[in-house]
Design a protein around this ligand. Structure first.
Ligand SMILES: Nc1ncnc2c1ncn2[C@@H]1O[C@H](COP(=O)(O)OP(=O)(O)OP(=O)(O)O)[C@@H](O)[C@H]1O
Ligand SMILES: [Mg+2]
Length: 276
């Protein structure tokens, strides 16, 4: 259910100095949407005004905030196609998080954007008009290395990378190199990694050992390749994540004091600390 349409009247603007962060990984299912929504939930509970931008045609962030896409008359698709300004598509959801919802039509956006000039910065340009209303804009990027994903990265000052810990560690390091180093050079877009999130694959002892091993490799990689101060968090495997998503609520509003709720609270606090 959706509470309100965004309105300049109900959201006070106090020159908030917005911080824009994209959750990025070209591989599917690494935890981008889960981490985006749960960080957004805690930031909202910490009295921050948060906008989630759902850039994924799958619409998982939209559904994860309890919004039924069938009821929407305007989505982020209309922003990419120049039919609406972003403020005309933003909704306030039940948990108090604001949402620029996605639509399956976004699948067509790639073809549409391909011929446009400056097509990596369509989102960045559209966000400029509403930045003053938010403390944080969190972008849920789609999997794949698409123009939509690049728009997400180009609009963000920082990226958070949820990493797979279920594959061989060297593949994980390859991903990190692509996202943290190669994209910077190849896209001409500055990519600043703020945080890595390693999700445990199960509660089993063996899987936890693998996650710890990957954490060590990631730390070494960061020391050797990046100068920035990148935080690494391990996210426990928890069925509560699934249950919260089924109810269209972030963990901060469903099971805030669970193990996984507590970790996402630390992540939100770290995002605030990082933003200064
Ligand atoms: N900590 C966790 N414990 C258990 N399950 C989790 C956890 N985090 C995420 N999941 C589950 O893993 C699956 C993938 O997560 P999510 O949708 O966040 O990944 P994604 O990177 O956004 O995927 P996509 O690339 O398809 O957009 C989901 O079913 C989600 O419920
Ligand atoms: Mg997703």
């Amino acid at each position: 259910m959706v509470k309100n349409k965004f309105s300049r009247k109900i959201v006070d603007s106090q020159s908030r100095g917005v911080k824009t962060i994209a959750f990025v990984h070209h591989k599917g299912g690494t935890g981008k949407t889960t981490s985006c929504l749960n960080s957004a939930g805690w930031l909202t509970r910490m009295k921050k005004k948060v906008l989630v931008v759902d850039l994924d045609p799958q619409g998982n962030a939209t559904a994860g905030l309890g919004v039924d896409r069938k009821t929407l008359d305007a989505t982020i698709y209309d922003v990419f196609f120049g039919k609406h300004n972003i403020e005309e598509v933003i909704l306030e959801t039940d948990s108090g998080i604001y949402l620029a919802p996605s639509s399956i039509d976004l699948l067509a956006a790639e073809t549409h954007m391909a011929g446009q000039a400056n097509n990596a910065r369509i989102l960045k340009i559209s966000l400029a008009s509403i930045e003053e209303f938010f403390d944080y804009i969190l972008i849920d990027a789609p999997p794949g290395s698409t123009l939509l994903m690049i728009n997400g990265i180009a609009a963000a000052e920082n990226i958070i990378i949820p990493l797979d810990t279920g594959v061989f560690a060297y593949e994980t390091m390859d991903t990190l190199k692509t996202l943290a180093v190669d994209l910077n050079q190849e896209l001409g877009v500055e990519v600043n990694v703020m945080m890595l999130l390693l999700r445990e694959y199960s509660t089993s002892f063996l899987d936890r050992g693998l996650t710890r091993e990957i954490k060590k490799l990631a730390k070494r990689f960061l020391t050797e390749n990046l100068t920035s101060d990148v935080r690494i968090f391990t996210i426990p495997f928890s069925r509560k994540i699934y249950k919260a998503q089924m109810r269209g609520r972030p963990i901060s509003h469903y099971a805030p004091y669970s193990d996984v709720g507590f970790i996402y609270r630390r992540i939100a606090k770290e995002i605030i600390a990082y933003s200064g």
